[in-house]
Design a protein around this ligand. Sequence first.
Ligand code: CO
Length: 295
Amino acid sequence: MMKKNFVSTLLVFLLIACVIVAANASGHGKTRPLKKGILLVAFGTSISKAQISYKNIERAVRTRFPDIPIRWAYTSAFIRQKLAKQGQAIDSVEMALAKMMDAKFTHVAVQSLHTIAGWEFHDLHRNATLFGEMAGGVDSIIVGNPLLAADSDFERTVTALLKNIPKSRKKTEAVILMGHGTSHPSNAAYAALMYHFQRKDPNVFVGTVEGTPEIDEIKEMLLTKNIKTAYLIPFMSVAGDHAINDMAGAAEDSWKSILTYAGIKSVPVLKGTAEYDEIVEIWVDHLKKVLSRFD
Ligand code: CO
């Protein structure tokens, strides 16, 4: 009886020892030095002039967090392939995180530079979280919110953009912001943003290229109000392909053309939202929130 008890106690101890050894195997029992990193994640653009937006974001992030290394990733595979053909290699989120794992980062703040929490943001959130669970990987990976997340983001966005409308625009003239739009439920953010704008300036409208509200609806609103001139401003971080062609282009179905046919003169402003420092500050504050969770 005594002997049997002794053997089973010994077995339990051996088992515990094995578990402890296994738990330490990956890190050899040593704790790694703290190494924080920032991964900025944008949709991407292949228009080199539009890069001014990303440069502006990087400058703001570097100024606010001078000691933390910054890396970039683009979520658009299409843009990455296009750039790769021109000899410019930009990482996907997964590639960038794998490299950061390899470079022994312990805490990574992944900042979404998207405008709304659509498909791109949710995919980013999912994969970044999965990377954070890998054995021997980064201790903590947290994803920062896109531009429009909390109610206060809507208020700040409205204030920032109203401040940056060209001074030549009269209050009787319209401002139409061009959002991207999506089939994701978060598309509702665009109509919500228009609501927030119109409480401050009833002639500011928000439409989208690929979702709702559509430009035809906005056009009808302008005609009802008998508005003759509209400033067209991109509501995307970069003034890229959509702004240049779909908004301000000469093609029949561009917003400019659609409005011209309806007798409305348009004044395109080719500036991405990330060219406005007050907008960039919203993304940077979201990043700051993430970094503060590492302290
Ligand atoms: Co698009």
